[in-house]
Design a protein around this ligand. Structure first.
Ligand SMILES: NC(=O)c1ccc[n+]([C@@H]2O[C@H](COP(=O)([O-])OP(=O)(O)OC[C@H]3O[C@@H](n4cnc5c(N)ncnc54)[C@H](O)[C@@H]3O)[C@@H](O)[C@H]2O)c1
Ligand SMILES: [Zn+2]
Length: 341
């Protein structure tokens, strides 16, 4: 097992890569605790959970809303959770995002931790202290920053994860490699087949290296004033592709990363070979690199991007593989890129 720390203004977080769900109890710093999980994870892993009250939610992005939050508050009151109760979210990004928000607001905030059970949440969603839910069609628009006290990334849980969800995790891992670590890119190029086979050693390294990149950036800029924006590499177009095609997030950002790489080349920041290299790696990871979509709808979705400031967007480009830079790009320029796509 390897561990890493995030030391934020909103708290400290210990990320434990390779720890087991079965050892969860030893990290819970309270006698009274409640678990929040989803029905899939509960069905598969109930036998491994410590004895306590379990609040089960259903699954899917559509339940990531304030109604679900309210129903959890009610259940916490039913089981007489108080300020000394510790809350543990066990699941993917949806469970972790909701749990973090509930724990941060119930009784003005109680202590909490996560066991992260999808590859995407191990490498991304459960790390960094962003909690929240969707509202009126906007993703993660209601929420807060608050670090979970611990995040257990149990690699063996990934053996039951549907393959399409594994591929989404590869999308975020590739993102971390492109934006911050060219040696991770080399490693992925050599080991993608073992990654597909969920080889424990390879996956552990991919999770650990991803968490190193994300936590280093979060430690520099917890509240996304500048540096943390780099983690949005591929996401401006990615989110628009996700919205307009219904593709899964990890697949959509793969397409978004290719667009961002091409734009980086057009701006003279990376050679054409780097664009090819990025496309090849994503293809080997079985992720899409192009998509058919309605251009007007794409532009509309980008205009609604909550990260937009006036007529400009903070766009993440690459100045070499492993070196992201942020540049303001006007909506007009994006319009031209979409027209060219
Ligand atoms: N807070 C952040 O910084 C951050 C970053 C990235 C993404 N997110 C959020 O994360 C969410 C997506 O997370 P996700 O991709 O983990 O999706 P998810 O939580 O919906 O999980 C995907 C599916 O896998 C199932 N599942 C979970 N663990 C399993 C296991 N071990 N075996 C079998 N099935 C399992 C779930 O029940 C679900 O059906 C989005 O809502 C996104 O906004 C948040
Ligand atoms: Zn993402």
């Amino acid at each position: 097992m390897k561990s890493l720390e995030i030391n934020g203004i909103t708290g400290n977080s210990k990320i434990l890569v390779g720890e087991k769900l079965q050892n969860l109890k030893k990290y819970i710093p309270a006698d009274k605790f409640v678990i929040i999980t989803d029905c899939n994870v509960n069905k598969l892993y109930r036998k491994d959970l410590p004895v306590c009250d379990i609040i089960e939610i259903t699954t899917g992005e559509q339940i990531k809303n304030l109604d679900t939050v309210q129903s959890i508050y009610s259940k916490l009151m039913d089981v007489e959770a108080d300020r000394s109760t510790f809350i543990i979210g066990i699941g993917g990004g949806i469970v972790c995002d909701i749990t973090g928000f509930v724990a941060s607001t119930y009784m003005r905030g109680v202590r909490f931790g996560f066991v992260s059970s999808t590859l995407l949440s191990q490498v991304d969603a459960s790390v960094g202290g962003k909690n929240g839910v969707n509202f009126h069609g906007y993703k993660n628009i209601i929420g807060n920053f608050n670090q979970p006290e611990f995040v257990i990334c149990d690699i063996s849980l990934l053996n039951t994860l549907p393959q399409k969800e594994v591929l989404c995790g590869f999308g975020e891992i590739a993102k971390h490699a492109f934006l911050g670590d060219s040696s991770l890119c080399d490693f992925l190029e050599k080991n993608y087949q073992k990654a597909h086979a969920l080889d424990e050693e390879v996956i552990s390294r991919l999770v650990y290296d991803s968490v190193v990149i994300k936590s280093t950036i979060v430690n520099l800029d917890e509240k996304e004033k500048g540096e943390r924006k780099k983690l949005n590499f591929g996401h401006t177009f990615g989110h628009a592709v996700e919205k307009t095609t219904g593709m899964l997030h990890g697949q959509a950002i793969s397409v978004g990363m290719v667009v961002a790489a091409k734009l980086s080349h057009q701006k003279g920041l990376i050679p054409h070979q780097d664009v090819i290299r990025i496309e090849e790696l994503l293809k080997n990871l079985r992720l899409p690199v192009t998509v058919m979509t309605n251009k007007n709808k794409m532009l509309d979705a980008i205009k609604k991007d909550k990260k937009r400031k006036g007529m400009d967007i903070d766009f993440v480009l690459l100045n070499g593989i492993g070196n992201a830079v942020i540049e303001k790009i006007s909506i007009k320029e994006l319009e031209a890129i979409i027209a060219d796509m």
